[in-house]
Design a protein around this ligand. Structure first.
Ligand code: NAD
Length: 336
């Protein structure tokens, strides 16, 4: 049987890393029926759409997507289609595992970094509710609800319990946003009481950022509202080799879209040098989601082997290889 999966290459380096990841996935031996859906800045601009219906129609059938990044214009232009997709499908949990890859030289290579960030994915300042109430005075509305906060907290604690993780840290700024972040924190705290075997900790986001740089090995599972999750996961990516490494999954009750933490990297797009590791590791998560545990482990082991050997790494992590050479090495490491 071939798994129907919606393939969204995106734009910028998206098509390059998506092409590489499809090659690696197909080399696992698992069969996929790819339904390719276009989602890119040019299309959105030309069509004037929030989100092309074809993408939603495809995901309504497949329920699983593999997605490259899509460019969002800064300070003007259309709203982020990445955010729109997460909201439309109610992909409420953004899950980002951050781990050192054995052999990869980083400033933190000797630290035992192994954390999973759970970012609330549907609200907060990403509600897109902004108003210029009078000239040069703008309000951006931060939306925090009990429903969304409790379900991301439950997701993080359930994950911790299932995988035998020891600690959950809730990250917030409830000393300043007493109502909004206060509600988020209350939901996390209430949820923690149902999981007495798991240590529960609360950290103010600025302190969490400092702690992460000073002693990243203290973190296990983290749960936080949308904006802090966005920023903290890039910070965490920087600890383990950068944005070329860290994968992600957007998960809802019914649908799942797997995409890297990084964006469309316009500075290196089209040059054949993007690091596809982050999307490949997102594909490792996708295989596990599909129940293909053996193939998932095989792809992860192949990536790990290529890093341990260090001969075919891309430039962002200190090598000289291009996207294709790295991908060939991963495929070869799977015994193909
Ligand atoms: P970015 O993640 O695209 O790039 C930041 C830096 O990291 C750049 O120097 C880039 O070259 C490097 N980098 C990122 N991924 C890499 C990879 N796989 N291999 C090698 N180097 C890599 O962040 P940005 O420049 O702030 O954003 C560019 C665009 O991407 C923006 O329009 C932003 O809105 C969009 N974006 C999209 C998503 C998404 O689709 N989910 C996520 C983040 C940003």
């Amino acid at each position: 049987m071939a798994y129907p999966v919606t393939l969204i290459p995106g734009d910028g380096i998206g098509p390059e890393v998506a092409g590489a990841t499809v090659r690696a996935l197909e080399a696992t031996g698992v069969k996929f029926a790819w339904d390719r859906a276009e989602l890119n800045a040019r299309l959105i601009e030309e069509a004037g759409l929030e989100l092309p219906q074809a993408v939603l129609d495809s995901l309504a059938i497949t329920h699983v997507g593999l997605k490259g990044p899509v460019t969002t214009p800064v300070a003007g232009g259309f709203q982020s289609v990445n955010v729109a997709l997460r909201k439309k499908l109610d992909l409420f949990a953004n899950v980002r595992p951050v781990r050192n890859l054995p052999g990869l030289k980083t400033r933190y290579q000797d630290a035992a970094i192994d954390m999973v960030i759970f970012r609330e994915n549907t609200e907060d300042l990403y509600s897109g509710l902004e108003n210029e109430i009078v000239t040069d005075v703008v309000t951006s509305i931060k939306v925090i609800t009990r429903r969304a906060s409790a379900r991301i907290a439950k997701y993080a604690f359930d994950f911790a319990r299932k995988l035998g993780r020891k600690k959950v840290t809730a990250v917030h700024k409830a000393n300043i946003m007493k109502l909004g972040d206060g509600l988020f924190l209350r939901c996390a705290r209430e949820m923690s009481r149902r999981y007495p075997e798991i240590e529960y900790q609360e950290l103010i986001v600025d302190n969490a950022a400092m702690q992460m740089v000073m002693r990243p090995e203290q973190f296990d599972v983290l749960v936080m509202p949308n904006l802090y999750g966005d920023i903290v996961s890039d910070l965490a990516a920087g600890l383990v080799g950068g944005l070329g490494i860290v994968p992600g999954a957007n998960l809802g009750e019914r649908d799942a879209v797997f995409e890297a933490v990084h964006g469309s990297a316009p500075d290196i797009a089209g040059q054949g040098i993007a690091n596809p590791t982050a999307l490949m590791q997102s594909a490792v998560m996708m295989l596990a989601h599909l129940g293909e545990l053996e193939a998932s482990a095989r792809l992860q082991n192949a990536i790990t082997t290529v890093y341990r050997e260090g001969a075919h790494l891309t430039r962002d992590v200190g090598g000289t290889a291009g996207t294709a050479e790295f991908t060939n090495a991963v495929i070869a490491a799977m015994g193909n």
